[in-house]
Design a protein around this ligand. Structure first.
Ligand code: NAD
Ligand code: MG
Length: 396
């Protein structure tokens, strides 16, 4: 979409992304938020519980889900005994998630489930008028248009939790996409930023699971090593902020201090900086539009010394180019990319696929899948299942 040609719907969806769907402004007084955490036992779920612990007068956890780890969930509920808990693994898991996501007491649903299993509960939460805090980038990659349309229609806010998107959201400060020249996503470069291309074939899961700056779940850690995490985040940003991929750049920034930047049409650039700690973006989403003090370590510029920036190695790490291909084609191709990647990552972790095979499987599945324009949810679910089947065939 060209600058200066913003459609009403584009501006409306930018307002949703900027969190101004309900007419709130930065600085207004915050309220207690009743929060449901889908995926409460994961890395984001744990950080969200830390945030809740640190501000009991602002965040009340009213619901928590875990997929299999009932023990971890039981432990979590010792600290938050008022929260309703469900285990989503097994028969009827999706229905239990939907029930939790739509419980009447909830104001805000934090989707922190790895992969796309959070999509239907997220849509149900929007339908029930809840605000959504989205960590699960996969649901926006698969069905960003549908999620943002639904939020616009219901007048609910979509609050980003992914650190880059939280940074952009904070830099935008309520301005819509018409004032944006370019979004710049920063990328740590992962553990193989400096690994020669010919050595990537011998990368093992153990090596790939050692992230230099962030401690996260296994899937996103592998995605960070292949750069598929940044690929997914480009598409996530496209939907959250209604900015076309041609206006989304990626720069490698090994220190992970600058979390992302917005360049405005006047060439002024705002960046958000902070320690690599997901508690901050979670806190921002929960307390938004207010800013509250916390006990996080402040940045010390003098001891940091320097911040470095470099171009991503797109030829050796083809994920970013695949995202541009998928995203520019629009339609269901991002869902194909995401589904194939999920299968390929599982296969790599299980020792059934070499590291560079992840890119190959995604590219081959994208080649094999037909283009579907403006897919419905049913079409997306079908495309997702087809892509997974194709990917399984390729790794098998
Ligand atoms: P994780 O693997 O640590 O935790 C995943 C959570 O989802 C667990 O609570 C698990 O029980 C639940 N879960 C797993 N499969 C499920 C299924 N099929 N149905 C329902 N629940 C299921 O993952 P994470 O690192 O916390 O990441 C969660 C999401 O947040 C991912 O989409 C990731 O990309 C995103 N994210 C994570 C970070 C981070 O720092 N960890 C940062 C940005 C974005
Ligand atoms: Mg991120």
């Amino acid at each position: 979409m060209c600058l200066g040609h913003w459609s009403v719907s584009a501006i409306e969806s930018a307002k949703v992304a900027a969190g101004i769907a309900q007419g709130l402004k930065f600085g207004q007084s915050p309220e207690m938020r009743n929060v449901v955490i889908l995926g409460a036992t994961g890395s984001i779920g744990r950080s969200a519980r830390t945030v809740a612990r640190s501000m009991p007068d602002r965040m009340r956890i009213v619901g928590m889900s875990a997929h299999n780890n009932a023990e971890a969930l039981a432990e979590a509920s010792i600290e938050f005994p008022e929260a309703r808990t469900i285990v989503s693994g097994g028969e009827g898991g999706q229905e239990r998630l939907v029930e939790l996501a739509t419980m009447p007491e909830a104001d805000l649903v934090l989707v922190a489930i790895v992969g796309t299993a959070g999509l239907q509960p997220a849509l149900a939460a929007i339908e029930a008028g809840k605000d959504l805090a989205v960590a699960s980038k996969e649901i926006l990659v698969m069905a960003g248009e549908i999620v943002m349309d639904a939020a616009r229609q219901k007048g609910v806010n979509i609050l980003p939790v992914d650190s880059e998107h939280s940074a952009i959201f904070q830099c935008l400060g309520g301005r819509d996409a018409g004032s944006v020249r370019r979004l710049v996503l920063t990328c740590s470069g992962g553990p193989f930023r400096q690994t020669p291309a010919e050595q990537l074939a011998s990368v093992t899961p153990d090596m790939a699971l050692r992230h230099p700056t962030w401690s996260m779940g296994r899937k996103i850690t592998i995605d960070s090593a292949t750069l598929f995490n940044k690929a997914l985040e480009m598409i996530e940003a496209r939907w959250l902020f209604d900015v076309g991929l041609e206006r989304i750049d990626v720069v490698v920034h090994p220190q992970s201090i600058v979390h992302s930047m917005v360049e405005f049409v006047d060439h002024s650039i705002l960046a958000q900086l902070g320690e690599s700690d997901m508690c901050l973006p979670i806190q921002c989403a929960v307390t938004w539009p207010a800013r509250l003090p916390n006990s996080m370590r402040p940045l010390d510029f003098a001891s940091m010394g320097r911040l470095d920036f470099e171009s991503p190695r797109c030829e050796d790490f083809p994920a970013l180019d695949l995202a541009r291909c998928a995203g520019e084609g629009g339609g269901a191709m991002p869902a194909v990319l995401n589904a194939a990647n999920e299968v390929a990552v599982e296969a790599f972790l299980a020792g059934r696929l070499p590291f560079p095979g992840i890119w190959r499987v995604v590219a081959d599945v994208m080649d094999a899948c037909p283009h579907v324009d403006h897919p419905s949810l049913e079409e997306l679910l079908a495309v997702d299942a087809d892509a997974r089947r194709l990917a399984e065939g390729l790794v098998g």
